[in-house]
Design a protein around this ligand. Structure first.
Ligand SMILES: NC(=O)c1ccc[n+]([C@@H]2O[C@H](COP(=O)([O-])OP(=O)(O)OC[C@H]3O[C@@H](n4cnc5c(N)ncnc54)[C@H](O)[C@@H]3O)[C@@H](O)[C@H]2O)c1
Length: 258
């Protein structure tokens, strides 16, 4: 029943083979989805080359640069979707950023510019990409974003990203409310800690992972593939009655009080 054949899926946020977005793209592809990939471009074209090589086995029919701080790139990404696919069914928002200095130490010393940057890239981008996707989701659709427990409870060092994730989770609910009449579902996956490029910027990430391995009901953290499976489920008809939700894929850690 988990069949995504004929569905067009844009996956954002693949940086390397540890990226959660890479785990999601692979599972969507396995379920039969037609994959499009957007990447964060850099001056030397290194990211483009690296991501293109990585995603080649998935035969992406769309491969576009999209820095979410760049209006023109967002516009051209969705123009390319319109031109190549005519409709979009799945949007995977799997990106975030905060300055490293804002991911450790005293939260009260978060800089104004660091706050604005983290919230713009990590939170506002979901709103903007969803707005751009809306007119293309003519046959309904599914939008999935990635959040973390630090947006709901205090996790040492997560700091400004906790505020970004709290805003992201509330944005999921407002977007779900708006887009529901068009049969577009919007959900978030709250993943347990996984070692990636982004998570390595969070102070003490290894301690966080070890703590989860000791305390979580499953006595381990999760893999990109497990998050990918949950995303494929949320994008499929199996989840047709689910919207506006935060689904914890964290080996059960979130239920624990101590
Ligand atoms: N790794 C974890 O432990 C964990 C846990 C829960 C949630 N998450 C969330 O999962 C998502 C993916 O992160 P990840 O851990 O796979 O790390 P990652 O470093 O592999 O992915 C982060 C992505 O964000 C992209 N990005 C940053 N700035 C951007 C911009 N301006 N425009 C477009 N893209 C931009 C990067 O290019 C990268 O591909 C993030 O939202 C993160 O907060 C991660």
């Amino acid at each position: 029943m988990l069949d995504l054949t004929g569905k067009n899926a844009l996956v954002t946020g693949i940086a390397n083979n540890r990226s959660i977005a890479w785990g999601i793209a692979q599972q969507l592809h396995k379920a039969g989805a037609n994959i499009g990939v957007s990447y964060l471009p850099d001056d030397k074209g290194k990211m483009e080359k690296k991501v293109a090589e990585l995603v080649e086995p998935l035969n992406p029919s769309l491969f576009v640069p999209c820095d979410v701080q760049n209006e023109a790139q967002i516009e051209s990404t969705f123009a390319a979707i319109q031109e190549k696919w005519s409709k979009l069914d799945i949007l995977i928002h799997c990106l975030a950023f905060a300055n490293k200095e804002d991911l450790s130490g005293e939260f009260s010393h978060t800089s104004r510019s660091g706050f604005a940057k983290a919230l713009e890239i990590s939170t506002y981008s979901l709103i903007q990409l969803s707005g751009a996707a809306k007119p293309l989701m003519t046959e309904g659709g599914s939008i999935v974003t990635l959040t973390y427990l630090g947006g709901d409870r205090v996790v040492p060092n997560y700091n400004v990203m906790g505020i970004a994730k709290a805003g992201l989770e509330m944005s999921v609910r407002y977007l779900a409310s708006e887009l529901g009449s068009q049969n577009v579902r919007v959900n978030a996956i709250s993943a347990g800690p996984i070692r990636t490029l982004a998570s390595s910027a969070v102070g003490g990430i290894l301690d966080m992972i070890h703590h989860v391995e000791e305390v979580a009901p499953l006595r381990r953290t999760v893999t990109q593939t497990e998050v990918g499976n949950a995303a494929a489920f949320l994008c499929s008809d199996l989840a047709s009655g689910i919207t506006g939700q935060i689904l914890y894929v964290d080996a059960g850690y979130q239920i624990m009080g101590m």
